[in-house]
Design a protein around this ligand. Structure first.
Ligand code: HEC
Ligand code: HEC
Ligand code: HEC
Ligand code: HEC
Length: 377
């Protein structure tokens, strides 16, 4: 389902500005970051902030960035400095271009090279990791020198800390849904660490500066996404703006597509149509329009019909008739069935047809029985 459009670059620009504003000291570079940072014009070289122990120069075989950085902190002016070492790892070879100027080494091999000297120089070692949980667990088993693994990988849910060998592995959910905190205390010179995960619900007040920044960011991102979609539509010969207002699909026949819209299904399945029309699915794009996210390719995929499929939803300028979660978002393309319903059967569906969209991060309360009850037809 993950389909990132060119508007991704616009978001990255603001994401980067936001991280600068927050004053982040150490960044571990993940597999997908390489191309995205380069697209932002940020050079991948040692800069005192970017780290990776296993992103290597293809020519020299040396790390492209600092494999680790050490930060010192102390509870008071008189207290001895406490040294925290950050070492970075990412899994996967996301760019297999043969002429690429870099390559990814196996994280465990890189850890073997750098951990011993880092251990010598600091009191506590944190590995910033970008890898599936299984790989993080393996890293902890292979190397005893890591106190904490802070993992972040695609859309994983927040999880309570787990202890593997000598390491504690923690994961704070992405998309700023929660804030991780490591609370250090020194007892007789030995660090004790409490990992905390704060859910950033609506009850947590926004930081005023950050909130103002977000208002500016959202307005600019939305305006530029809209502009990009309009340009693409014009390049495809769609001049007129029919982005807003069509919520049930138009009556025009879009013969180049095997999606026929709910209107067409409804000509024979009047009862199912009526149930659907009264459901949230029939209006799923409205909530994005209200939030000015209707041209955000990261959001629309689940709020429309046939995203990523041939003949499916592209954007509101070109395919407004496929906005919203229509019959064919669940049942699949229905042109042939609509023409010969007794000959061409629709595929039977089950609970799995829901969870591509109702995943834990976008629909945390989803459970098939009660959800189906609400839209049964
Ligand atoms: C993986 C599919 C998926 C993606 C991607 C997705 N949504 Fe949704 N969204 C859903 C589903 C499913 C629901 C219904 C959740 C429920 O009621 O259980 C929903 C509900 C919503 C709601 C109403 C409920 C609420 O939480 O207030 C809003 C607003 C929303 N989505 C906005 C967005 C935005 C903005 C994005 C992009 C950042 C986005 N969605 C991306 C699937 C998705
Ligand atoms: C959110 C997903 C979803 C949407 C949207 C949806 N359906 Fe369904 N539909 C299902 C599921 C699940 C079933 C029950 C399982 C099955 O029989 O395939 C079902 C059952 C049906 C059946 C009965 C099948 C049978 O064997 O008795 C018909 C007919 C039908 N849908 C037509 C429609 C039409 C027409 C629309 C649009 C107006 C629509 N559906 C929208 C998911 C959906
Ligand atoms: C021209 C009328 C007509 C149209 C248009 C039509 N259907 Fe049907 N549909 C039928 C008939 C008739 C049956 C029962 C077929 C049978 O029992 O052999 C049926 C059966 C179904 C079934 C049950 C499984 C099956 O294939 O027997 C589903 C699900 C379904 N339709 C969904 C849809 C969806 C979704 C659309 C729109 C994409 C749609 N239908 C469009 C007439 C139509
Ligand atoms: C193509 C993506 C998609 C699929 C597939 C899908 N949904 Fe949804 N569903 C959504 C979105 C998006 C919303 C939120 C719409 C809104 O609130 O505007 C939603 C909302 C709902 C709601 C309303 C929730 C509420 O709190 O009002 C129910 C119920 C629901 N879906 C049931 C189902 C069931 C059952 C299935 C599987 C048979 C299913 N959905 C399949 C995208 C999907």
């Amino acid at each position: 389902m993950q389909r990132l459009g060119p508007d991704r670059a616009v978001k990255n620009e603001w994401l980067w500005k936001g991280m600068e504003l927050l004053g982040i000291d150490v960044f571990n570079i993940g597999g997908n970051d390489v191309g995205e940072l380069q697209a932002l014009g940020l050079a991948l070289r040692k800069n005192g902030r970017f780290i990776s122990a296993n992103l290597l120069s293809a020519q020299s075989g040396d790390p492209l960035l600092d494999p680790y950085l050490i930060k010192t902190m102390s509870a008071s002016a008189s207290a001895p400095a406490f040294r925290v070492g950050f070492i970075g790892f990412a899994s996967g070879n996301h760019s297999s271009k043969s002429e690429a100027e870099y390559r990814w080494e196996n994280p465990s091999d890189s850890a073997g090279k750098w951990l011993p000297e880092l251990r010598e120089k600091c009191d506590y070692v944190i590995a910033l990791a970008c890898m599936p949980l299984g790989d993080a667990i393996q890293l902890a088993i292979d190397h005893k020198g890591i106190d904490m693994i802070l993992n972040g990988f695609e859309h994983q849910s927040a999880m309570p800390p787990i202890k593997v060998s000598r390491s504690t592995i923690v994961y704070a959910e992405d998309e700023a849904k929660s804030l991780g905190e490591l609370r250090f205390s020194l007892k007789l010179g030995r660090p004790a660490v409490q990992p905390l995960n704060h859910r950033l619900s609506r009850r947590v007040a926004d930081d005023a500066d950050m909130a103002a920044f977000m208002v500016k960011a959202k307005a600019d991102i939305s305006a530029r996404q809209t502009e990009m979609a309009l340009q693409t539509a014009q390049a495809h010969g769609h001049e007129h703006d029919h982005a807003h207002g069509h919520s049930h699909g138009s009556h025009q026949d879009h013969a180049d597509s095997d999606f026929v819209t709910s209107q067409t299904c409804g000509t024979c399945h009047a009862d199912a149509f009526q149930v659907w029309e009264g459901s949230a699915h029939a209006h799923a794009i409205d909530i994005l329009i209200r939030e000015r996210k209707e041209f955000d390719t990261q959001c629309v995929i689940c709020h429309v019909t046939g995203s990523g499929q041939p003949g499916g939803f592209e954007d509101l300028y070109r395919t407004a008739h496929l906005a919203n979660v229509q019959c064919e978002a669940c049942h699949g393309q229905g042109r042939e069935h609509s023409q010969q319903p007794t000959v061409v059967k629709m595929e039977p569906l089950g609970p799995n047809s829901c969870v591509t969209c109702h995943n834990p991060s976008n629909s945390p309360e989803f459970e098939f029985v009660s959800y189906w009850e609400a839209i049964k037809h």
